[in-house]
Write a protein that binds this ligand. Structure first.
Ligand SMILES: *[C@@H]1O[C@H](CO)[C@@H](O)[C@H](O)[C@H]1NC(C)=O
Ligand SMILES: *[C@@H]1O[C@H](CO)[C@@H](O)[C@H](O)[C@H]1NC(C)=O
Ligand SMILES: *[C@@H]1O[C@H](CO)[C@@H](O)[C@H](O)[C@H]1NC(C)=O
Length: 516
């Protein structure tokens, strides 16, 4: 893409955009709470909460400036002109691709608007301190990022909220190539409930009694379980998503002051497949899918061009860390910051109080593009959006805990973890007997380069494609997810068929779409 090249001379101009979606700015220590078995979190955690709290007010001011600047950024033309495909075209394509779609049909429940559209309409009130509506534009991608400094490409990059998947995933599902309006012929049933956006509405003191937090999940379960679609498999072929972490949905008591709702504790929900950006470590019906990044390609060519550019990038730093320290003495972040600061091989993008570094995505994305290994310690929870930002930049992630990615994103990341990432046990860093620099320098350059290539190869399956168009041949994170969900449902269907005679009879009408 010539236009990208034309910008390369301006790469070092300061960025203009602030971004809300930085997961290392939180101040709550959820991972500790989990590890120590005291799942009580009483302070704000959220896409914008982190900034407001980490920067003690300064973040809020920055965000307001951000909003102002965003509103001045010229609106880029839509990535694709053929926005929503007409239904008729879907129908035609479906007949043509009948073979292709066999066993892959998905039925999307037509939920009453209180479960999705009405929640979106309330976006001004989700957080007491900021209006999130701007992040819902463009099918949930947010507004295009300003690419004045050429860190991104001119097309396909958006200021996306890292907790914004509810609407992105739903928009993207509407483009799934094997939708059916006949639920009896579906391999799986998608429930477009905005579970993450719903809980967010009640987390910060507005309408936030336990009863209000649980109202919509209970309402949903009541609605779903009365439907014929539910009776087919007791809901085991249903799936839905929350763009937040599972932790926000597993409240243990009915105390108004305890964090989150109890969605995950409802028996009907446990029959479904539930998707989060971070799952609970101890349950088997929920699954983690990648955080959204800033990259939302509308065409295969945008992905291929980006991969080509990341392969060609000169990686002048061996490792880098973008993030802030934590007050928690148990956190290894201060050790990483110290080690990075002392090493001439490391580039530090420090995100502390009154530092805007990490609010400007081009700041850290530029560094990731020039780095071989990107340190990804746990933050307020085990996972970080930053790991996926690093991968988009072709930077090999270095994890310090298996739950930061390896045990989480099993559908999307390779099983051979050492082909695309490095694991340095947290305990060793904490004990002070491991040098990050030495550990990484021991990796032979040709091995490191192969890892970089593997990471760049992962980009397509980790992006959420622009939901207003469709990638021609590449499979994105949603395609990978739906395939995995259907695989899981097929297994459950077989188990139920084997185990329960009466269910076998009920299902005999469905045999035509069963996968072989
Ligand atoms: C709180 O709940 C009331 C009644 O359900 C509703 O009218 C109001 O809009 C809600 N407030 C916010 C900020 O969501
Ligand atoms: C969950 O599924 C089982 C079958 O596997 C069924 O017996 C049960 O009734 C379902 N639960 C609900 C709440 O529908
Ligand atoms: C570092 O210390 C930890 C805890 O004492 C120990 O388990 C680990 O084996 C040590 N690692 C190295 C590389 O010496």
């Amino acid at each position: 893409m010539e236009r990208t090249g034309a910008h390369s001379g301006k790469r070092w101009l300061p960025g203009l955009m602030l971004l809300a979606a930085t997961s290392w700015l939180l101040v709550i220590y959820f991972h500790l709470a989990v590890l120590r078995g005291t799942p009580v979190v009483s302070e704000p955690r959220g896409s914008l909460a982190e900034i407001a709290s980490d920067d003690s007010g300064d973040g809020q001011r920055l965000l307001l400036q951000h909003e102002e600047r965003l509103s001045k950024v010229k609106k880029a033309p839509p990535a694709a002109t053929s926005n929503a495909l007409p239904a008729a075209r879907h129908e035609r394509r479906r007949r043509d691709d009948d073979e292709d779609c066999r066993g892959r049909y998905v039925y999307i429940h037509d939920l009453p608007p209180r479960f999705n559209a009405d929640i979106l309409a309330n976006c001004r009130n989700w957080y007491p301190w900021i209006d999130m509506c701007v992040y819902l534009e463009n099918g949930g991608l947010g507004r295009p990022v300003d690419n004045a400094d050429g860190v991104f490409a001119d097309e396909g990059w958006y200021a996306t909220d890292h907790f914004g998947l509810d609407v992105i995933f739903h928009s993207r599902m509407k483009q799934y190539d094997c939708l059916t309006s006949d639920s009896s012929g579906a391999a799986a049933v998608f429930v477009p409930f905005y579970a993450g956006f719903d809980v967010v509405q009640h987390l910060w003191g507005v309408n936030s009694t336990a009863r209000e937090k649980d109202a919509l999940p209970l309402d949903l379960v009541d609605w779903l379980t009365r439907r014929a679609e539910w009776r087919a498999m007791g809901g085991r072929d249903h799936f839905f998503l929350s763009g937040r972490t599972a932790y926000d949905h597993q409240r243990q008591t009915d105390s108004d002051s305890e964090w989150g709702n109890k969605l995950l504790r409802l028996p009907a929900v446990q029959n479904m497949t539930v998707l989060f950006v971070e799952k609970l470590p101890w349950t088997s019906f929920d699954f983690a899918i990648p955080y959204p990044t800033y990259f939302h390609p509308a065409r295969d060519a945008q992905v291929v061009e980006w991969q080509r550019r990341m392969r060609a990038t000169k990686r002048e730093w061996l490792f880098s860390f973008a993030g802030g320290a934590r007050d928690d003495p148990y956190s290894i972040r201060h050790q990483l910051i110290r080690q990075c600061g002392l090493s001439s091989f490391c580039k530090l993008v420090q995100c502390g109080k009154n530092q805007r570094n990490c609010l400007v995505p081009s700041n850290f994305m530029r560094v990731f593009q020039g780095t071989r290994f990107c340190l990804q310690p746990t933050g307020d929870t085990m996972t970080r959006r930053s790991a996926f930002d690093a991968i988009m930049a072709g930077c090999v992630p270095v994890f310090f805990h298996p739950d930061s990615a390896h045990t989480q994103y099993r559908w999307h990341l390779p099983e051979a973890h050492d082909t695309y990432s490095v694991l340095i046990p947290e305990a060793d860093v904490r004990a002070g007997n491991v040098s990050i620099e030495e550990t990484l320098r021991r990796i032979p350059p040709d091995v490191a380069e192969r890892m970089t290539e593997t990471v760049i190869g992962l980009i397509p399956r980790l992006v959420y494609a622009d939901p207003r168009s469709k990638l021609e041949t590449l499979r994105d994170a949603v395609d990978v997810t739906v395939e995995a969900v259907i695989g899981r449902v097929n297994k459950l269907r077989e188990e139920m068929a084997r185990g329960q005679e009466h269910l076998l009879q009920k299902q005999s009408g469905n045999d035509g779409v069963q996968q072989t």
